[in-house]
Design a protein around this ligand. Sequence first.
Ligand SMILES: Cc1ncc(COP(=O)(O)O)c(C=O)c1O
Length: 443
Amino acid sequence: MAILAPTNELYADAPTRALRIFPAGSNGEFNLPPELVRVIDAGLGCRLRDTGGREMLDFSMGWGSVLPGHAREEVVAAVAGRVLGEAGPGTWGGTNFSYPNAQSLALGEELLRVQPSRDRRVRFCASGTEATMHCLRLARAFTGRKHVLKFEGAYHGSNDEGVTSLFPGGTTPFPQPEPSSAGIHADYTLVAPYNDLDTTRRLIAAAASDLACVIVEPLHRCLTPRAGFLQGLREACDAHGVLLVFDEVVTGFRLAYGGAQQYYGVAADLVAYGKALGGGLPIGAFIGKADIMDIVREDRAGSPEYVWTASTLGGNPISCAGALAALEIYRREETYPALHALGEGFREGLRRVLRDTGHVGQVIGDGPLGQIVFSSEPVFDYRSTIRGDRVKSRQMMLGLFRRDVFVNPMGTKLYLSLAHNEGAIEEFLSRLGSVLRQDVGKA
Ligand SMILES: Cc1ncc(COP(=O)(O)O)c(C=O)c1O
């Protein structure tokens, strides 16, 4: 039975209606041919069901936000409890106050507890895009410098810097930015090659007098940092009074409870969180050293360094209740060993299927993340990744989608969750085998 409609009226022709009201039939970044457009009814564990009652294996998991798994009991109970209030509908409860509340206070304390030092403060917002935007604004205001340096191909959300040099042609000389969207200003963004510490050091030194920060996805998309790369960034930033911003929207609570800062042993000056933090509820958070964060204090309004950071839904009690429940799950002893074991088995399985089907490719990722790049050479940055066969990647993602594996065919990143198990992975690998045999052209 469908969740929302007691009759099927609300579900009738849903994909056609979606194509009519949403540009390209989606809410963003799903480049699907019209016949594959779906409307989701519900999820459970690592599966989704669409409005036609068709089940799909989910290897996107709300772009990684639903790390606990769909409809995970503890998260649902926490959200329902908070929504229903003291004694059911119509009694003291509430959905948003735009002010600190018991849940946002507890969540903020927990977030600060896992930071590398005690002198940190936090503010909430509603998405990863807002979190990175606030970090960049804070860095510029605190240092009084205009430029930020990002890595080619990095995504930091749909703010201007996030979509600068997101999918460039790969020939623009560093540090020149290349907008990947019309309507944005890329003028104060510099671009460096990920994993190339020498070049990045040189670019930082050359730009230092007007460089506010370096922002990095510590695990760049699915590419792992070379030994010493993040430490080297930390040192180069320190040498020039440049702030280091970790975009932990993907790595936060996914690679380790303390995120990439803990996993790689490097402390950042400002950190952006989203996705898994909310366990599927809308959330963003940015954390920084107290002296940086305190320039958002509203009693400083009017002073030259004051930074505006408001968010109507930031810290709303429902998202924070969901996040607290998700964190309680993540804190369990078995969580990260399980996620890493699952991820390793998954990536090994991807390599096996490539071998068995006669395709040449690189399998990348860490923790509960995996990706195939159809390249015979090792991949370590954006340019080496796009030298891979992107036509094959698209054929693979569409082939998976056609075989009822829910993925985002505009990307190639595959997300596991705590609801995935070996059975689900074998099911995926078997469908992938068919796709690679039947749909993906061999060079
Ligand atoms: C590394 C990274 N940063 C930021 C974002 C933006 O987060 P949101 O979509 O919640 O705005 C994303 C989203 O995919 C991301 O992958």
